[in-house]
Design a protein around this ligand. Structure first.
Ligand code: ADP
Ligand code: MG
Length: 267
């Protein structure tokens, strides 16, 4: 299947990426996935970060990760063999297995090194509404594989001083991937995370990002919220841990913005 044909199937593959660590990629992946599953979308999360935080946050025990994204990338198993159920109906995960840390180096000399994930997903013929790929904090081969397998990239951005600097590098990488590897890749949106409205700098950065990037910035801002940060240690998405907290409500709002985007793409 060419990327064009792939884009016509109903599955939407979204990479959650930003080369900075600690900006809310994993938190966004887990909670957006949960919010989409809550409205009866079928969702697969692929944990592509060797740290395995998405796997932990969705309750996959560390001794239950021997079949994971590394084995899929390296062609040892089929994607469908690595898929596990989560505690949330409709939400599935391919966890990050231990060997993923070595994948970045091994991929350098692999055949089709940028397209390993894309091919694995294509061969599996999976039938999900959404596939969300949680990327590692680097723009190496793992993230490139995610971007080559995706229709779009969602960028979580923390409202801090260096945020804009990092994002221009990321935008250049997206343009390069689009030009040479995956022409259909588009920016799904930028989501402002860990927002604290009492902090003047955060407000200024948020305003700047909106001025600069306009409509691709989601209206929803994810507030800094202690319940959101507690949830992963319970192996649960914030939405399950405390559905009513401000962070969970924001992720529900983000999911409805994403669903509206899908309607406008279809129209
Ligand atoms: P990344 O995947 O980009 O490295 P994470 O999603 O793991 O970032 O978030 C980094 C840290 O910040 C984690 O400890 C996470 O629990 C915490 N965190 C993320 N989003 C929020 C939020 N909205 N409020 C409070 N803490 C958050
Ligand atoms: Mg992460």
């Amino acid at each position: 299947m060419t990327p064009d044909q792939q884009s016509m199937s109903h599955t939407r593959v979204i990479s959650i990426a930003n080369q900075k660590g600690g900006v809310g990629k994993t938190t966004t992946t887990i909670n957006l996935a949960t919010a989409l599953a809550a409205v009866r979308k079928s969702v697969l999360v692929i944990d592509l970060d060797p740290q395995g935080n998405a796997s932990t946050g969705l309750g996959v025990a560390s001794n239950n990760r021997d079949k994971g994204s590394y084995q899929v990338l390296s062609g040892q198993i089929l994607a469908q063999e690595a898929i596990q159920k989560t505690q949330i109906p409709g939400l599935f995960i391919i966890p990050a297995d231990m060997n993923l840390a070595g994948a970045e180096v091994e991929l350098v000399s692999a055949d089709y090194r940028e397209y390993r994930l894309q091919k694995a997903l294509e061969n599996a013929g999976l039938d999900f509404d959404y596939i969300l790929i949680d990327c590692p904090p680097a723009l190496g081969f793992l993230t490139i594989n995610a971007l080559c397998a995706s229709h779009s990239i969602m960028v979580p951005l923390q409202c801090e001083f260096f945020a804009l600097e990092g994002i221009s590098h990321l935008m250049r990488t997206i343009e390069k991937v689009k030009a040479s590897l995956n022409p259909i890749l588009e920016v799904q949106g930028i989501v402002l995370t860990m927002y604290d409205g009492r902090n003047n700098l955060a407000t200024m950065v948020a305003d700047d990002v909106r001025k600069y990037f306009g409509d691709i910035v989601y209206k929803t801002m994810i507030p800094r919220n202690v319940r959101v940060s507690e949830a992963p240690s319970h192996g649960k998405p914030a939405l399950i841990y405390d559905m009513r907290c401000a962070g969970s409500r924001a992720y529900i709002d983000l999911a409805s913005e994403v669903l509206k985007q899908e309607q406008s793409i279809a129209a």
